[in-house]
Design a protein around this ligand. Structure first.
Ligand code: NDP
Length: 283
């Protein structure tokens, strides 16, 4: 095993109950396309074994790993440090070996931002964001760090919504406000970007957000975190009103791209990754 070409660098994915994770196909397609002898390995890890698994990955020389629910917050005490946005949001989905340290990053919001920036620079813009769960939190923090002027969080539960607004105000000094779901929400005039950060629409093409679609104006940028179906009812409604629509598959591909960049230092081919992911998901 002395020749490098027979050795594989390892990156993992620690999750529970995510068998058949299509991200594996996407990341391994990038490694193969760029001639990297790397492997991305899906690992079922229980909450009780998380610390042992992280120490094991470090001992075995893993270059890093993704982690998904239920490990995004509980992994933090097992790491050596956090990147800027992961520290603000208090959640990690991507761990990167830097020297002998495992550093926690969050690529969900960064992946979203990369997609958004194909249509609009969020700096100085006004945003309405539906949702206050993990994805919405990641997106809101990255938008804040990118210089968004104002953000309104629209959420069903007041507690979670208020928690996110408090975080944005306290940690990022952002002009943030909360609208608690009460009938169809009308997007205020002057809004530049409207985002669905809820799970409404996942595997449910007919599901609809509590949104007054007539308040969507031509030229607004409208983005969805939902990646299956790729084209949601929300995006169709928005496109029909002249908005520029961004799907959630792009966010998923981009968070994979950011991860591969972190682990390998290489900028992978986005099209290769998108095709592999879409094919693994059957969309
Ligand atoms: P969470 O469970 O943390 O949050 C779910 C959010 O959706 C909450 O704001 C919740 O409101 C809201 N919600 C759920 N059901 C309803 C409903 N019936 N009516 C009103 N609001 C509702 O999930 P995540 O934030 O982790 O994920 C959200 C979605 O984002 C998922 O579908 C996930 O697949 C997708 N995602 C996509 C990514 C991508 O790369 N494209 C990356 C990460 C996630 P409440 O607080 O009131 O419960």
């Amino acid at each position: 095993m002395s020749e490098g070409k027979f050795l594989h660098e390892l990156v993992g994915s620690m999750s529970q109950g995510a068998a058949g994770n299509p991200t594996v196909a996407m990341i391994e397609a990038a490694f193969a396309h760029h001639g990297l002898h790397w492997r991305y390995v899906n690992m079922e890890v229980t909450p009780e074994d998380l610390g042992t698994a992280v120490r094991g990955a470090k001992a075995m020389g893993f270059r890093g790993f993704n982690c998904s629910l239920p490990h995004k917050v509980t992994v933090i005490p097992h790491l050596d440090g956090l990147g800027e946005s992961a520290a603000v949001m208090g959640a990690v989905n991507c761990v990167v070996r830097r020297g002998d340290k495992f550093i926690g990053e969050n690529t969900d919001g960064k992946g979203f931002l990369k997609s958004l920036e194909t249509e609009i620079d969020p700096k100085g813009k006004s945003v309405v964001l539906f949702g206050a769960g993990g994805a919405a939190r990641a997106i809101a923090v990255e938008l804040g760090l990118a210089g968004t002027r104002q953000i309104t969080i629209v959420n069903r539960s007041e507690t979670r919504g208020a928690e996110l607004v408090g975080l944005l105000r306290d940690k990022l000094k952002l002009d943030a406000s909360l609208a608690v779901g009460n009938g169809d929400y009308a997007i205020p005039a002057g809004t530049d970007i409207v985002i669905n950060g809820t799970s409404i629409g996942l595997y449910a093409p007919e599901a609809r957000l509590a949104l007054d679609v007539n308040s969507l104006q031509p030229g607004m940028v409208v983005a969805d975190v939902i990646f299956n179906p790729v084209r949601t009812r929300f995006l169709d409604d928005a496109a029909a009103r002249g908005c520029r629509a961004i799907d959630g598959l792009g966010m998923l591909v981009n968070q994979g791209i950011v991860g591969v960049q972190y682990w390998t230092g290489l900028t992978p081919d986005a099209e290769v990754m998108r095709k592999a992911l879409a094919s693994a998901m059957g969309v």
